[in-house]
Design a protein. Sequence first.
Length: 274
Amino acid sequence: MFTAFHRRLLAVLVSFLAFAAFPTLTSANHSWGPYHWARTGNSFTLNLGDNVSSAWDVYLARASSDWTVSSMLDTTIIAGGAGNPKRCRATSGRVEVCNATYGNNGWLGLAQIWISSSHIVQGITKMNDTYFNTAKYNTSAWRSYVMCQEIGHTFGLDHQNVNFYDPNLGSCMDYTSDPVGLPSNEHPNSHDYQQLETIYGGHADSTTTVSQTSAQGALPPAMTEIDFAGPAQWGRLIRSTNKGRTELYELDFGGGHKIFTFVTWAEGEERGRR
């Protein structure tokens, strides 16, 4: 784990390099709402459950290391608790990371976040090997990019830009048709770290959801017993961009309990998928 000094030093270096290369970029403002992990201090450690195959281990490790540069959070990879990765069952107090051949259903990757009031209670990310086994997506750049982005969503981050064909911003939270760039969109950039400081640096909570013990019981049973595998289970479409290639769904259980699903559709799969 990085020490606080090392994290700040790396964050300052990344910020300096990004500003030198792209001085016209504006301040970060890409949270997707008031949603955040509850914690009693400004910084915290979030566990990432490893349910991925050996082909994905290096990309999970890379994303975990990249996000741990933030001064606000560390991520620790632990043994997965999702059971069969095809089901990828969520676990209270952490994020389960999965890959499987989920089928020709149209989506390349997704992130789901369970909410109680404004607090994230649990999350999952899924990488669809049905598409990652094809020539277009079976590259280090695409795997790094999608893994980094889907994990970033589970912290409360949205996208810096949602147009696939704009020049790359050098952030995995930027949509792109080519993550190689230049610049590369395979990793977070300084604005992602700044946004995490905005989300988590201004306050602490009286309780925490970054623990399986403390997070259990925060959600009604109906939210944890359903397989939210496809659009029919994702609820209401609340945002669609790039002619349907990127979408956000909300399933509202009432009482401040919601599940959000961020979806990246594979190219050419945004139409006729339902």
